[in-house]
Ligand binder design. Sequence first.
Ligand code: SAM
Length: 288
Amino acid sequence: MNNLADPGVISDILKRHGFTFSKGLGQNFLVNPTVCPRMAEASGAGPGVGALEIGPGIGVLTAELAKRADRVVSLEIDQRLLPILQETLAGFEQVKILNSDVLKTDLHRLIAEEFAGLEVVVCANLPYYITSPVIMKLLEENLPVKAVTVMVQKEAAQRLCALPGTRACGAVSAAVRFYAEPEILFPVSCGSFRPAPNVDSAVIRLQIQKEPPVEVLSRKKFFATVKAAFGQRRKTILNALTSLLALPRDRVAQACQATGLHASMRAEQLSLQDFAALSNALFPDSYD
Ligand code: SAM
């Protein structure tokens, strides 16, 4: 078995296979031996657990997950990495690599087929060009997943974990809080990757909630309201919602009044409860 914690071993494998990094696929591979064990440990991988990984690269995190979980399934879009993974993960019987694009994969089906009887966690060093779509796919599809532990760019980590009602909050932070309890676990410097990206990273964990913390009549309208309010975040909620939801101004003003919110507030001042109340007041007849 290769010692993938050794950066020298990693460069040797890449050289032997003539592998060249694809910037377009977000290929910044981890070469810091302390990061993957910490991530795998934090992910909840252990006996009775199945781990779903996105983008195994040459398998540094995959191997750490395989040392802990009963089963690991990793989705890798880049076919060129398959022979490398075959070599680096030889001996880990419980690992399956699927050559597929996470955004086009039916994850409900994959989990049912691959992880029957196991608790499921997601753990990945995400390709940064698809951070938000992957996280939103994992959350919105209501997958039977306990937690999502992922490496993302530092700014994305701050945004994803920001509390509604604070300046750092955006539409994606509010969406994350609807489904999960997010937490920044630890920072990772750009020097921990090959090639080194321009920015630092952080590992975050999203503990998936069984029920959202707020009651909304329509999820669709709730997310539309959040998106519109942050779509013009410097404007007042009255102006942003009137313009981006294409609603009559009076209706938005009345909904603000009914929910005890000042029409002059900005999106970053609203809590998740405020957004829920506002969307329920704006769209009392919408259900989904
Ligand atoms: N896990 C490895 C590590 O930590 O060194 C590699 C992480 S690298 C940041 C991201 C990986 O995701 C690459 O292997 C890349 O080929 C893969 N990838 C990129 N887009 C993908 C997609 N849409 N679906 C699945 N894998 C993808």
